[in-house]
Design a protein around this ligand. Sequence first.
Ligand SMILES: [Zn+2]
Length: 155
Amino acid sequence: MPPLDPALDPDVDPRALSDADWRAILDPMEYQVLRQSGTERAGTGRYLQDPGPGAFHCAGCGQRLYGAEHKFHSGCGWPSFFDSVAPGALTLHRDRSLFMVRTEMRCSRCDGHLGHIFDDAPHMPTGQRHCVNGTAILHVPAGQDPVAVFAAHRG
Ligand SMILES: [Zn+2]
């Protein structure tokens, strides 16, 4: 029996899933980014081109994280957003890896790694660039049911 999928059933607690559950639910790159804090190579991920109106949901648990209206082109090689849909959608953590101090963002529902926040977008309303791995999010086109979009994505 496949593990219960928090993106398909809101009653599933993603924090109760085992590592093996996540491996079974996610594709290998999603697993590497979300569950092992991996980073996709610049310029290789999803959504470097705008997919259109709608929202971007956590590819792990399905929580809505960003609206299309928050996305902007930074040229950094990853999808960039200047804000999230709600302050509670993300949790922030100090990341001291790679000999740098950075602010890591995780999904507040499943604790999946999303990317990092940088204060280098002075032309945007918040001044911030949320540098998100495209692999860590899934676009749900405006007017479509997120569960149906996730079901199709999971295959
Ligand atoms: Zn999540």
